[in-house]
Design a protein around this ligand. Structure first.
Ligand code: CA
Ligand code: CA
Length: 356
């Protein structure tokens, strides 16, 4: 069913992994004193984005893993979590709003944030419980990433990795990274548990950080690794798969890390109602919506190509280039909950940029 072209190595090419272990500086033949992460060094001129300059390759990729956390068992006022929360109509958290704004592919999917595509009841349980249901939002420069939600967890393990480039024209080492932990209270309802800031330079100073306490977050464990970017950088990995209209979700086998640049394009036709020709369309979807649209895609054309990474959903349509908003196995689907009467398949090409 799935045909892979290009290197079988996902995400970052193996060649890039030299020096990825922050704890062992003598890794790999390319690691010399000069190419080591410039820990704490105020080296050279700052990365000044020069408007007219040609694009410069990043020299390093920083990989940050939000491993786990520890949340206070009570709210600051001593009450149980979410004890009497129903009266206040929160709007979507400011950081989440920015997250959605910075990722156009997430447009109109906010009602499904935190709901995994294969465990819809999880969110319902989280909503009813009086425990914290934390997720982490990380902002680097103007790019924002989100970890999956961990329902009913005062000791959540996210194991959420994101990456960003460092080098001329990219994030500078004095860039501030903002880490915010929020509690999921239902669609578009979130409480801030705490937020903290740390610079890229501080992050790179050691491979393991214990952040906190901040707000109701007692502790947050963060791992950091750097990857030297090969010159020339490896070719993107390309995968071709078929997304059948009569499948719920199709596992592409492609693992994405938040921050990777991905381009997806699709062709061919899917019909969402047996032989009815008016219910056939390309990956952009039909001109109409339907009560059978998937959760989170209510206003998207029926039958359109959509994607999911864990509990993050987004629309693809005929083509979409994006920076992965979260991490995990990429799954693709057709915007139709009643898939058993569907015909046809979309032919999809996924291009994952190896070195950003
Ligand atoms: Ca909650
Ligand atoms: Ca159908």
């Amino acid at each position: 069913m799935m045909q892979r072209l290009g290197p079988a190595t996902l995400s970052i090419g193996i060649g890039l992994l030299a020096g990825a272990c922050g704890s062992s500086p003598a890794t790999g033949p390319t690691t010399t004193a000069g190419s080591e992460p410039n820990i704490g060094a105020a080296d050279g001129p700052a990365a000044e984005p020069d408007a007219g300059a040609p694009a410069v390759e990043p020299t390093q990729i920083v990989r940050v893993t939000i491993v786990s956390g520890e949340i206070e068992g009570k709210m600051p006022n001593g009450e149980e979590w979410d004890g009497k929360d129903e009266k206040s109509a929160h709007t979507i958290d400011k950081s989440l709003a920015l997250y959605v704004k910075r990722h156009p592919e997430l447009t109109q999917t906010t009602s499904s944030i935190g709901i995994p595509i294969d465990a819809a009841k999880l969110a319902e349980e989280a909503r009813r419980s009086s425990a914290a249901d934390p997720m982490v939002i990380v902002q680097v420069d103007d790019v924002v990433f989100r970890s999956p939600m961990r329902p009913r967890a005062f000791n959540p393990v996210w194991d959420f990795t994101l990456q960003f480039p460092v080098g001329p024209g990219y994030s500078a080492r004095d860039t501030t990274v903002r880490v915010q932990v929020v509690d999921y209270d239902g669609p578009t309802r979130f409480d801030t548990l705490g937020s903290t800031v740390i610079s890229v330079d501080e992050l790179l100073a050691k491979p393991l950080h214990q952040l906190g306490a901040f707000g109701s977050v007692k502790q947050l464990t963060v791992e950091v690794a750097t990857i030297e970017v090969d010159d020339p950088k490896p070719e993107p990995s390309v995968f071709r798969i078929a997304v059948p209209g009569n499948a719920k979700w199709t596992d592409t086998g492609v693992e994405l890390t938040a921050g990777q640049r991905v381009a997806i394009d699709a062709a061919d036709e899917v019909c969402t109602s047996g032989e009815k020709l008016s219910a056939c369309s390309g990956p952009e979807g039909q001109r109409k919506t339907s009560s059978y649209n998937l959760p989170g895609f209510d206003s998207l054309g029926h039958g359109a190509l959509v994607a999911a990474l864990g509990d993050t959903r987004f629309s693809i349509g005929r083509d979409r280039t994006f920076i992965a908003p979260s991490s995990g196995r990429l799954r693709l689907g057709v915007n139709d909950t009643k898939s058993d009467d569907n015909r046809g398949a979309y032919a999809v090409r996924i291009k994952v940029d190896s070195g950003l």
